[in-house]
Design a protein around this ligand. Sequence first.
Ligand code: SAH
Length: 206
Amino acid sequence: MKKKHLAMLLSRLQGFETPKLELEQYRTPGNVAAELLWMAAQWGDIEGKIVADLGAGTGVLAIGAKLLGAERVYAVEIDEAALEVARRNAERTGVELEFLHMDVSEFSKKVDTVLMNPPFGSQIKHADRPFLVKAFEVAEVVYSIHLAKPEVRNFLKTFSKEHNFIPKVLSTVYFEIPAQFFFHRKRLERITTDLYRLEKAPSKDI
Ligand code: SAH
């Protein structure tokens, strides 16, 4: 499969039926998801790996990971209605996911790779923190999407370091969000996001 095809396929999946503002339910755009997944695959972090998608929403990242050869993918999501959409999307695409209806803080499996598009924290400040904390706890490699703003970049540097992780911005891309989330009149709001690879720092006592 080519990156372009993956992007197209993912962008055709069903979106949130009634997006919940407080959960920051905007789907990961197909092109953004494909970009993140493609890079993760090139780093060797998808094929044959156990993957978790934290805050899986409609399942875009989880489904993409499975299509690129992940052995097992956990789709962790607090909202049952979103999980229902993810189930339908997976079925339509012909992939099998392990659906877990829970708060990300409750997820307790060790995985090779975490993929996530956490809430950006535009509705509830620091809403991305429980996601990062959990990702750092269960995996040694994490791919995540965050706003491309100096304060967010600085926060990620400090917070990762505190958890013994090294953050790297792999690319910076536009991300389209339906305007309802920003109370704008425009149909779509285009924001700029950083695609991160965060890797556990080598142990100091070697
Ligand atoms: N990649 C997803 C978009 C994720 S949006 C997609 O393309 O559909 C962020 C998701 O995190 C939302 O689905 C939201 O319901 C979920 N979420 C927010 N807080 C959560 C929490 N504490 N535990 C689990 N999921 C959560």
